[in-house]
Design a protein around this ligand. Structure first.
Ligand code: SF4
Ligand code: ZN
Length: 761
C-alpha cells in the first residue's frame, strides 16, 4: 500500500469534508435546517447516505450528523514512523469523501443549481432524459445530467440482468487528446459498458472533448455526463448504491451487503484520465470501497495486492507507454486492461464493418441533416423477412446485394430495399422465424451511423453521412446479420445467408412473399388459444430486481413488458433450456373464466418463493398476476365508473385515478398482488382473454389516446367482437378528461356499457 496514495487521499478527504461543512453551515443559516433536500427523480433519499448509514435524509439539518460521521472517519496524515501498509485508513477517507461530496451536490440542488448548463450540448435521446414527472428534466435542455433518474435506472434493469450491459465505467478527467477520448469511449461502447463522465484536468473535461468531436452523448448511447467536476463522480457511487437497493433487494444501512453486492455483481471500474489531484485520490479511495478498481493513464503508484477489490486495486498505465501506433490501438489496450483488472469476461461478437459496433449504438439517432440515405419512412419502403429454409438451399455466409447500391442516390435521398435472411439449422423451427426476424432491429441498429425503426414491411432505416464516409455499404448489413445470428443464436442456426434487394422486380416479388408470411404468422399466433396448448411459459428474467415476480405467459396473454409472447418464450426455452423461460404444464383447469390452473398455481407458488398462493390468468380483481416494473401499461379500477382505466407508459398526463403513470408504477410494481391494479403488455388489451372474469373489454372506461392511435384497427375489431361497434368512442382518454367527474360525464353522454354492468366491488 502506497503511503503516497494514502497521504494524498487523506489530504483530499480532509479538504472536501471541510468544504462540505462550510457549505452546509451557510445553507442552514440562509435556508433553515428544515429546508428540504432531495435529488430529482430518484428514490432512496440521498442514496450513498441512505445505503451506507440507513439515513433518510430529507432536510438540510439531517445532513449535519452525516458530516459528523464523515469527520470521524477522517484520519491524520500518515506518519513516516507509524506508517503501516494497511488500506483501512484510506478507505475510511474515501467513504467520508463520498458522504461529503453527496452533501455538496444536495446543497447545490437546494440553491437551484441544477447540474451546470452546457451550451451547445445536444444530448442524444433527450426525450429519455425527460422523465414523465420531471417537467423537462435536468438534462433535456442541454444541462449536464446529475443523478440518473429512476425510470432510466429501471429500464436498464433487463439489460443489466441479462448481461447485455455488463456494467459501468466511471471516467474522471480528460484524455490525452480528443482523438484518444473518442477512441476510449468507442472501446467501451463496443462492449456495451455504460460510461459515466466526470471531472476535468486544468478545466478541460472529457465531456468537452467528446462534444467537440461530435460524439452523441446521452442515455441512448450509454454515455452519461454527470458533471465537469470531480464531485459529480458521487452520482456513480449513488448509481452503484441504488443498483444494490433496487436490483439486489438490499435495505438502507446494509453497507456491508451493498458494498459486497457491488464487488461481486457489478462490473464497474474507475478510469482516471490525466493528472490525479488530492480530491481525485480521495474519490478513488471511495470507489475502491465498492470493490471497483481504478486505472490511471498517468504514472501513479500502484496498489497491487487484492482484497477489497477482486484483483488489483490501483493500476497505472501511462498513455505514452502504451504500445500502439494509433490512439485507437492504445485505447483498445487501455480498456482491455480495465476489463482484465475487473476480471469479467465479456463476449463480443466481432462484426466486420468499417464503423464502430455494439448495442450502445442501438438507440442512436440519425437526424435528417446528417443522413446520407434512407429506406422506408415517408417516401419509400423497407421490409425485412427471415425465413427458415432447407439446409441445402442455404449457403452459409453468402451475402448478396441484388440491385443498385445507394451511390447513385442524391444526398438525403431514399430508395426501396428488402432484407431477406434465410437460415437453416437442425434445431430451427418455423415458429422461431418471427423471434429471429425481430432481432434484425437490434443487430442492424448496433452499427454506429445506422438507425433502424420498426419491423416487417414498415421498417425504416437511415444511414448517416459519416458512416458512408467511413465506407459503410448495403452489403455490410449482411455482414452484421451473418455475424450476429451465428454469434447469438448459434445453438439453433447452423447456416445463414442474406439477400439485400433493391432491384425493383425482385424487391416486389419478395415483398409479396414476406407479406404472405406476415399474414400467416398473424393468423398463427392470432389463432392460438390458451386452450390449444398444454403448456404456458414462465418468465423470471425480472427476478433479479423483483425477486418474487413471475410472469406467466400464455398464447393469449403476453408478458407485461410486451417483449415476450408465448412463441418467444418457447423459442427462448429451446435456445436456453435452463434459462428464465420454463414450460409450465397447465394441469387441471379449475376455473376457465377466471383462469385458474393447478399447474400455474403450483408454479406461481414456487416461483414466487411462497409469496403468491394462486394466480388468476384472466382477472384483475381476484389474485391478479404480479408486476415487476417494466409493464407497458397499468390497469386500475375506477370504482365510481364501475370499470378500468389503462394508462400507457408513454402517457405523461394525469389520469382519473388522480395519479400519473409514474406514481401508479410505484403501486403496481414490486412483485406484489394488488387486486384492482395490474401491469400488462399492451397487446393483452385486444386479447379475447382480456379479463373475462371481470367483464372483459367492455369494462374499459378510459385509456391513453396513444392506444386508440396505435391500435386503431385492432381495437375496432375488438369492439365488433364485443357486439358494440361504437365502444371505442365511448371510452374516454386524456384528451377528453383527466378526472372522475369528467369521466362520468363522458360515460353518461355516450352510454358506456360499464355503467349498467354488475357492480365490480
Ligand atoms: Fe420481465 Fe415478465 Fe417481461 Fe419476463 S415477461 S422480461 S419477467 S416483465
Ligand atoms: Zn420486469
Amino acid at each position: 500500500m502506497s503511503r503516497y496514495i494514502a497521504t494524498r487521499a487523506i489530504r483530499g478527504a480532509n479538504a472536501i469534508v471541510a468544504e462540505a461543512d462550510g457549505l452546509l453551515n451557510k445553507a442552514i443559516a440562509e435556508k433553515g435546517g428544515d429546508f428540504p433536500v432531495a435529488f430529482p427523480n430518484t428514490a432512496y433519499y440521498l442514496p450513498v447516505m441512505y445505503g451506507m448509514l440507513g439515513a433518510e435524509v430529507s432536510t438540510l439539518g439531517q445532513i449535519e450528523p452525516i458530516l459528523e460521521h464523515a469527520k470521524n472517519l477522517l484520519h491524520p496524515l500518515p506518519d513516516e514512523q507509524l506508517w503501516t501498509p494497511y488500506l483501512g485508513e484510506t478507505l475510511d477517507c474515501g467513504m467520508s469523501t463520498l458522504l461529503a461530496a453527496e452533501a455538496i451536490e444536495a446543497i447545490r440542488f437546494v440553491y437551484g443549481e441544477q447540474p451546470e448548463p452546457y451550451p451547445g450540448l445536444e444530448l442524444a435521446g433527450a426525450t429519455s432524459f425527460t422523465s414523465p414527472d420531471n417537467g423537462g428534466g435536468p438534462a433535456a435542455d442541454g444541462h449536464l445530467n446529475g443523478p440518473i433518474d429512476d425510470i432510466q435506472l429501471r429500464s436498464w434493469g433487463i439489460q443489466l440482468v441479462d448481461g447485455r450491459m455488463p456494467g459501468f465505467a466511471a471516467i474522471i478527467g480528460a484524455a490525452h487528446s480528443n482523438k484518444a477520448a473518442v477512441a476510449i469511449i468507442r472501446e467501451l461502447q463496443k462492449r456495451n459498458i455504460l460510461t459515466f463522465l466526470t471531472g476535468n484536468v486544468n478545466g478541460r473535461s472529457i465531456i468537452d472533448q467528446l462534444v467537440e468531436e461530435g460524439v452523441e452523448i446521452g442515455y441512448d448511447t450509454y454515455i452519461v455526463p454527470f458533471g465537469r467536476d470531480t464531485i459529480s463522480a458521487i452520482y456513480a457511487a449513488g448509481f452503484a448504491t441504488r443498483s444494490a437497493l433496487t436490483f439486489g433487494g438490499m435495505k438502507g444501512g446494509q453497507w456491508r451487503e451493498i458494498l459486497l453486492y457491488n464487488k461481486f455483481r457489478v462490473f464497474a471500474f474507475g478510469l482516471a484520465l490525466g493528472e490525479v489531484d488530492d480530491l481525485k485520490y480521495a474519490t478513488a479511495a471511495g470507489v475502491l470501497s465498492y470493490g471497483f478498481p481504478v486505472i490511471a493513464d498517468t504514472i501513479i503508484p500502484e496498489i497491487l495486492p487484492t482484497g477489497v477489490t477482486r484483483y488489483e486495486h490501483v493500476i497505472s498505465m501511462p498513455w505514452n507507454e502504451i504500445e500502439g501506433k494509433t490512439e485507437e490501438e492504445k485505447a483498445a489496450k487501455l480498456v482491455q486492461k480495465c476489463i482484465e483488472v475487473r476480471g469479467v469476461k465479456i463476449q463480443i461478437t466481432e462484426v466486420p464493418i468499417p464503423v464502430p459496433y455494439g448495442s450502445a449504438f442501438e438507440g442512436e439517432v440519425v437526424r435528417r441533416a446528417d443522413m446520407r440515405v434512407e429506406f422506408g419512412g415517408k417516401n419509400s419502403r423497407a421490409f425485412e423477412y427471415l425465413l427458415m429454409a432447407d439446409k441445402d438451399e442455404v449457403e452459409d455466409g453468402k451475402i448478396e446485394l441484388i440491385g443498385p447500391g445507394f451511390e447513385e442516390i442524391e444526398e438525403g435521398g431514399y430508395m426501396n430495399m428488402g432484407i431477406v435472411v434465410e437460415v437453416a439449422g437442425r434445431k430451427m423451427e418455423k415458429d422461431f422465424e418471427p423471434v429471429l426476424e425481430r432481432q434484425i432491429h437490434y443487430f442492424v441498429n448496433g452499427a454506429s451511423g445506422i438507425q433502424h425503426i420498426g419491423q416487417r414491411d414498415i421498417a425504416w432505416i437511415r444511414i448517416s453521412k459519416t458512416a458512408v464516409e467511413k465506407g459503410l455499404t448495403l452489403k455490410h448489413f449482411g455482414d452484421i446479420l451473418y455475424a450476429r445470428f451465428h454469434g447469438d443464436f448459434g445453438t439453433i442456426v447452423d447456416k445463414v445467408q442474406v439477400k439485400i434487394i433493391t432491384e425493383p422486380d425482385l424487391y416486389a416479388e419478395w415483398l409479396e412473399k414476406a407479406r404472405a408470411a406476415y399474414d400467416e404468422r398473424n393468423v398463427r399466433i392470432g389463432a392460438m388459444t390458451d386452450e390449444s396448448v398444454e403448456e404456458f411459459y414462465s418468465c423470471t428474467l425480472c427476478q433479479s430486481f423483483a425477486p418474487d415476480h413471475v410472469c406467466v405467459v400464455s398464447p393469449q396473454r403476453l408478458g407485461l413488458c410486451g417483449a415476450y409472447n408465448w412463441l418467444d418464450c418457447k423459442a427462448s426455452f429451446q435456445i436456453n433450456p435452463t434459462g428464465p423461460n420454463q414450460p409450465i404444464r397447465k394441469g387441471q383447469c379449475l376455473d376457465p373464466v377466471k383462469g385458474y390452473f393447478v399447474g400455474v398455481n403450483d408454479y406461481a407458488k414456487s416461483g414466487s418463493h411462497g409469496s403468491v398462493e394462486m394466480v388468476a390468468m384472466y382477472s384483475i380483481m381476484e389474485n391478479p398476476m404480479t408486476a415487476c416494473g417494466c409493464f407497458e401499461c397499468i390497469m386500475m379500477v375506477i370504482p365510481e365508473a364501475n370499470g378500468f382505466m389503462i394508462v400507457s407508459r408513454e402517457d405523461t398526463s394525469m389520469t382519473p385515478a388522480g395519479m400519473t403513470f409514474s406514481t401508479l408504477a410505484g403501486m403496481a410494481g414490486g412483485g406484489l398482488q394488488t387486486p384492482g391494479v395490474m401491469g400488462i403488455g399492451k397487446f393483452y388489451i385486444i386479447s379475447p382473454k382480456f379479463i373475462p372474469a371481470d367483464g372483459g373489454f367492455k369494462r374499459v372506461v378510459w385509456m391513453s389516446s396513444i392506444f386508440k392511435e396505435q391500435m386503431a384497427e385492432q381495437l375496432k375489431q375488438v369492439a365488433e367482437r364485443e357486439g358494440d361497434p361504437d365502444l371505442i368512442d365511448k371510452i374516454a382518454d386524456e384528451r377528453i378528461c383527466t378526472d372522475v367527474e369528467g369521466l362520468l360525464k363522458h360515460l353518461q353522454e355516450k352510454g358506456h356499457p360499464a355503467l349498467t354492468m354488475e357492480s365490480l366491488l
